[in-house]
Ligand binder design. Structure first.
Ligand SMILES: [Zn+2]
Length: 457
């Protein structure tokens, strides 16, 4: 019986593995020799640039994405309506340190996304904290009427930079609420970045209904260091002006392309990133690179004439940065249409050298993911482990119980030099690294489609 199995089945297994490896090689060859992702990214970054939800640039990016997808001849290309928040930075944004000796030093700052403005020049004595926990333990008398400076640095000893970012996220997300609880008139934070440089990093923050809203801004790490030095010797005031504000919600869109499943068109494998970006830099790594990874993966599969078993769908999600309305809308919409979402993959960690894939799912899917590692040995991918999928695809978990979500893992060491900063521009994305990412995702999606039965309920 065993012998019979080996004689009959073994050749089939090795035949299909050889076929897979030949096809993966074709995907990589196409990405590296006939790639279009890099030029597509250049177009998006240089003709449109930063594209925060609700902006004219975001609307242009939707049109650009739809036209680009149509030009590649996918089976279906369409827009999906999403109501998005609309916050604008405004035109005034400047800040200074005024030392007790009366010296003025100009700093590089960015309002945090969602912050209120300062309503003219705002000045106050600075009270500094090196950690969020210190602020939480402070008394009202220490903070009342002052400007809180949260100088909590990302942990540079942490190898995975996303963990270092996660450890500091609270100063940006919750700094205003915690400072305002103690009567502060504003909060300024050290930018969330590992490098000491002149670029401030914005990002989302929030208010609590019961607590007065105060303006919130991020200083460049360099300015944060300078300010900390000054405060060691003397008191100082912070002076700044910002006229950022919220506007009513705006209609925007997710942009979607599909190659229909040849056997199971109602079974969907979703891949995507986010089309919106912060309103500084060009949204090149975050997340221009991620949407190009997925678009190019789909394009390559089409060019190679691959006929997927299930529908392969590439989604440019809108509004990941300050609301995730695109992700929410997509999950609800897909469920309401009676679709079967088999699985989803997100690329939102920059256009750097690929390292592998993570899965947010049950043990069965971790084992499955690890079984794919052998296919990627020739391509230097070694991360195949449990982890995180992505913000845009995360609402699928609510609509589709037990769905495994895959996250594309890249070399994270330089990501936070550019994340949400003016330096997130096209020039800081490397062509070959971007192309290797497109190939890795194309290969991975192909393997997910071929092995789709593991995702069936
Ligand atoms: Zn992102």
């Amino acid at each position: 019986m065993k012998l019979l199995f080996l004689i009959l089945i073994a050749p089939l297994i090795s035949y299909s593995q050889t076929n897979d490896s030949i096809f993966l090689r074709k995907i990589y060859n196409t990405a590296l020799s006939k790639g279009e992702a890099y030029e597509d990214l250049r177009e998006l970054c240089k003709t449109i640039g930063a594209r925060i939800s609700g902006s004219a640039e975001a609307a242009m990016a939707v049109q650009w994405g739809e036209q680009k997808m149509k030009s590649y001849g996918f089976d279906t290309v369409y827009l999906q309506e999403v109501k998005v928040p609309h916050w604008e930075r405004g035109t005034k944004e400047a800040g200074w340190i005024r030392t007790s000796e009366g010296k003025m030093l100009k700093v590089n700052l960015l309002a945090l996304g969602g912050s209120i403005g300062t309503n003219g020049l705002l000045e106050g004595e600075i009270v500094a904290f090196n950690h969020m926990d210190e602020l939480k333990k402070a008394s009202k008398s220490q903070v009342q009427g002052k400007i809180v400076f949260l100088n909590q640095a990302m942990n540079e000893q942490q190898i995975e930079t996303f963990r270092a970012y996660g450890g500091c996220y609270t100063i940006r997300g919750n700094g205003a609420v915690e400072a305002s609880k103690l009567g502060a008139k504003a909060v300024i934070i050290r930018s969330l970045g590992l490098a000491i440089d002149e670029h401030p990093h914005t990002g989302s923050m929030h208010y609590a209904d019961s607590i007065p809203k105060i303006p919130a801004a991020a200083l460049s790490t360099q300015d944060a260091e300078i300010l900390a030095q000054i405060l060691k010797k003397q008191k100082a005031n912070f002076v700044f002006e910002m006229d950022c504000r919220d506007y009513p919600d705006v209609v925007s869109y997710n942009v979607i392309a599909e190659i229909k499943g040849s056997k199971f068109p109602n079974q969907i494998i979703t891949m995507g990133g986010h089309l919106d970006s912060w309103d500084t830099g060009e949204g090149a790594h975050d997340d221009g690179a991620g949407i190009m990874h997925c678009l190019e993966a789909l394009r390559i599969l089409k060019v190679l004439n691959y006929k997927p078993i299930n529908t392969l769908r590439c989604v440019f999600f809108m509004n990941e940065e300050n609301g995730n309305r695109g992700g929410e809308t997509y999950a609800t919409w897909s469920k309401s249409r009676g679709e079967i979402q088999l699985t989803a993959l997100e690329s939102d960690r920059g256009g750097f050298s690929p390292r592998g894939f993570e899965v947010d799912g049950s043990e069965k899917y971790v084992t499955f993911l690890q079984s794919l590692e052998k296919h990627f040995e020739p391509y230097d991918l070694s991360i195949f482990r449990p982890g995180y999928g992505g913000v845009d695809i995360s609402p699928l978990k609510r609509s589709f119980e037990g769905i495994p979500l895959f996250g594309f893992a890249v070399d994270s060491q330089r990501y936070f030099d550019f994340h949400h900063a003016p330096s997130d521009v096209f020039e800081n994305v490397n062509k070959r690294e971007l192309e290797l990412g497109c190939a890795a995702i194309g290969a991975f999606i192909y393997l997910l489609d071929r092995n789709y039965s593991i995702f069936l309920p």
